[in-house]
Design a protein around this ligand. Structure first.
Ligand SMILES: *[C@@H]1O[C@H](CO)[C@@H](O)[C@H](O)[C@H]1NC(C)=O
Ligand SMILES: *[C@@H]1O[C@H](CO)[C@@H](O)[C@H](O)[C@H]1NC(C)=O
Ligand SMILES: *[C@@H]1O[C@H](CO)[C@@H](O)[C@H](O)[C@H]1NC(C)=O
Length: 169
């Protein structure tokens, strides 16, 4: 073994690798998919934008709802909060999608023309938090209303069942 591959040399290389990984993490070079369901949405997948697909007449993958663009500020949490309140119209949209690092699209349906891609193809860091993935160029990181909404109906149904039951006693 040459002196170049001495234990100290390897240790130095290893430490350098650790340092670079830490810097990369700190800079958010490798943004991660936000998976928390705290806002009532869960991760659904990376979907294609549909504006340039023949037959869609330029329709968006998440069409017919509301949207907002927040250069320098968009995060997944911000978009989910926006879509669960319909951007102020009080509607809880079924889908929330982030695109191009800064756009948020809310809708109740996702166009059938929108192809589902491998997660890795949505890889742009959010402009408001580079640790999180905010879609890609003409690609959307899509979230679907999930668990807490269903639980909400479940609790309501249980409450009705209990009150009906009590009335029957
Ligand atoms: C979220 O889940 C996906 C798999 O669906 C995974 O690839 C990703 O690393 C997770 N994100 C975090 C921050 O753990
Ligand atoms: C993805 O969307 C782009 C833009 O709408 C379109 O040009 C492309 O053909 C789509 N790809 C697939 C696989 O649907
Ligand atoms: C940025 O995103 C990460 C991952 O979702 C989260 O843990 C962190 O709190 C966020 N930072 C800010 C300042 O919101």
């Amino acid at each position: 073994m040459s002196r170049f591959f001495s234990t100290t040399g390897l240790l130095a290389l290893f430490l350098q690798f650790l340092l670079l990984s830490a810097v990369a993490r700190a800079q958010g070079i490798n943004p991660q998919i936000y998976n928390s369901t705290a806002n009532g949405y869960k991760y659904y997948g990376c979907y294609n934008e549909t504006t340039d697909i023949a037959g869609t007449s330029g329709a968006r993958a998440l069409d017919g709802g509301v949207n907002e663009v927040k250069p320098g500020a968009m995060t997944v949490e911000m978009c989910q909060s926006f879509c669960k309140t319909g951007g102020g119209n009080g509607k809880f949209y079924k889908y929330a999608g982030l695109e191009y690092a800064r756009e948020c699209w809310c809708a109740d349906e996702i166009l059938g023309y929108s192809a589902k891609f491998d997660d890795a193809l949505c890889n742009l860091p959010c402009e408001g938090n580079s640790s999180e993935v905010c879609g890609g160029n003409l690609k959307l990181t899509v979230y679907i209303a999930g668990a807490s909404r269903v639980v909400g109906y479940g609790v309501a149904a249980l409450a009705v069942a209990v009150s009906v039951g009590l009335n029957l006693l």
